[in-house]
Design a protein around this ligand. Structure first.
Ligand code: SAM
Ligand code: SF4
Length: 451
């Protein structure tokens, strides 16, 4: 049997599975977690420890048709200014609850488009952040950069504020594909943004590109990857385009019949993957590539790779606090998500309370299963000794769980006394194999294609 027909038999090309940036996944959050839990979990952060912070900016100047992110278009600056005031007020609420001496491990501004903030807003927001939680030694400050929505003044403001990593949205360089996804962005514009970031001493550049886009062919993705490689990114995220028009309304602009079939999606991924690997990049988890000198690649080699809402990370801070509308926080006790709409979030903060609308408090085997799934997504293996040392679980219980996966994915997983591993040929199935360790009912969740 060919590798592809084996994958077909195992259902890879029909399945929809979570991307497992959390466990349980966000569709399982519910309203029994609220602002009181969020406050208690912040209060429980040990004095003098390190945390990470995510700030969400839910605005864009342009609304790209392909985008599934929670964001709203705005031509004027007014709502953005008002929103930054809300973020600052939320930071002050956090300050009142945060134990003494806490410093930052990672700060990330995401969206939407954080680069649409005017330079004075960027400075003001950064000043407030560092007044509430100062950067710790070696901390990283990253920002999602839309190359079409950035200029010298804003780059200067970000660099002066201490940004030391930038994540550039590329998607694909092909003009025909860009037209089909409603995102006009020439190679020159992207290159200019990368050059200007480097000129300001930004030592790490990430780029996002997508496979499975309308009208995308292997020749076209090869060309886009070559162009991207000429920019020398330190890290690349190669995401599968998720076509979910029932959730992201603007995707109706993209006709389904222009999309590559699932088998072709896998070939598109492999075409891009081979080019990154040939150029000396390390494969990180299921969809990232990094230069061997990059922190993510080093963490992967040393078994320190982790997965959070932003994807792969080498951040080991136990708490990641998300501020802004719809942001999700992770604590050792569970997850908490802010009100998704900007208006509900704003109302709560203006009334002097956190906007936590739902979440999940860890119970039972949640933490064990979360770590097993994370280990598969990061290292393609579950180490039984680590599980026994970290959780109240016996070898017999572990073997029972592994047997479930082995029954469903025989030949694509190996099980022995050390644990469970996914060999090279089984890697396209990683998210499906991870699902075997998910104890929640997956029928209600709107997931993305397995490939
Ligand atoms: C929230 S966007 C922010 C990027 C920034 N606003 C820009 O346009 O450059 C972050 C990334 O999410 C990814 N993304 C958005 N919609 C997606 C979809 N439908 N499927 C897969 N990835 C998607 C894109 O790769 C994008 O660069
Ligand atoms: S890709 Fe970026 S600019 Fe485009 S709609 Fe999504 S968040 Fe906004």
């Amino acid at each position: 049997m060919t590798a592809e027909s084996q994958l077909t038999r195992l259902g890879l090309f029909d399945a929809r599975v979570p991307r497992y940036t959390s466990y349980p996944t966000a569709p399982h959050f519910n309203s029994s977690t609220g602002p009181e839990d969020f406050r208690n979990w912040i209060n429980a952060i040990p004095e003098g420890s390190r945390i990470s912070l995510y700030l969400h900016v839910p605005f864009c100047r342009r609304l790209c048709w392909f985008c599934a992110c929670r964001t709203q278009g705005t031509a004027s600056d007014e709502p953005v200014r008002a929103y930054v005031e809300v973020l600052k007020a939320e930071l002050r609420l956090l300050q009142a609850e945060l134990p003494a001496g806490v410093t930052l491990s990672r700060l990330h501004w995401g969206g939407g488009t954080p680069t649409l903030l005017a330079p004075d807003l960027m400075r003001d927001l950064a000043r407030t952040v560092f007044d509430v939680v100062p950067m710790g030694y070696g901390a990283e400050f990253s920002v999602e950069i839309d190359p079409n929505e950035i200029d010298d003044a804003r780059l200067d403001a970000l660099a002066e504020a201490g940004m030391n990593r930038a994540s550039i949205g590329v998607q694909d360089f092909d003009p025909d594909i860009q037209k089909a996804i409603g995102r006009d962005q020439s190679f020159e514009v992207t290159k200019l943004a990368a050059d200007k970031l480097r000129a300001r001493g930004i030592r790490s550049l990430n780029a996002d590109i997508l496979f499975g886009l309308p009208n995308q062919t292997r020749a076209r993705i090869s060309d886009s990857v070559q162009k991207l490689l000429s920019l020398g990114p330190d890290r690349v995220a190669l995401y599968g385009y998720a076509h979910v028009p029932w959730m992201a309304r603007r995707q109706v602009m993209i006709p389904s019949d222009s999309l590559p079939r699932p088998e072709e999606r896998l070939r598109l991924f492999e075409t891009a993957r081979d080019l990154f690997v040939a150029d000396g990049y390390d494969e990180i988890g299921i969809d990232h590539f990094a230069l061997p000198t990059d922190g993510l690649a080093i963490a992967a080699r040393e078994g320190r790779l982790r997965r959070n809402f932003q994807g792969y990370t080498d951040d080991l801070a136990p708490a990641l606090i998300g501020l802004g509308a719809s942001s999700i926080s992770r604590f050792p006790q569970g997850y908490a998500q802010n009100a998704p709409s900007t208006s509900a979030h704003t109302k709560a903060i203006r009334e002097g309370r956190f906007s936590t609308a739902k979440g999940h408090a860890f119970a039972g085997q949640d933490k064990l299963r979360a770590r097993m799934i994370e280990a598969l997504m990061c290292d393609f293996r579950i180490d039984s000794a680590e599980m026994r040392a970290s959780f109240a679980v016996s070898d017999a219980e572990l073997q029972e769980m592994y047997a479930l996966a082995a029954r469903e994915f025989g030949g694509m997983v190996t099980v022995d006394a050390a644990g469970l591993a996914i060999p090279e040929k089984g890697r396209p199935l990683t998210r499906m194999i991870a699902r075997c360790f998910d104890a929640y009912d997956l029928s209600k969740a709107g997931h993305s294609p397995a490939v």
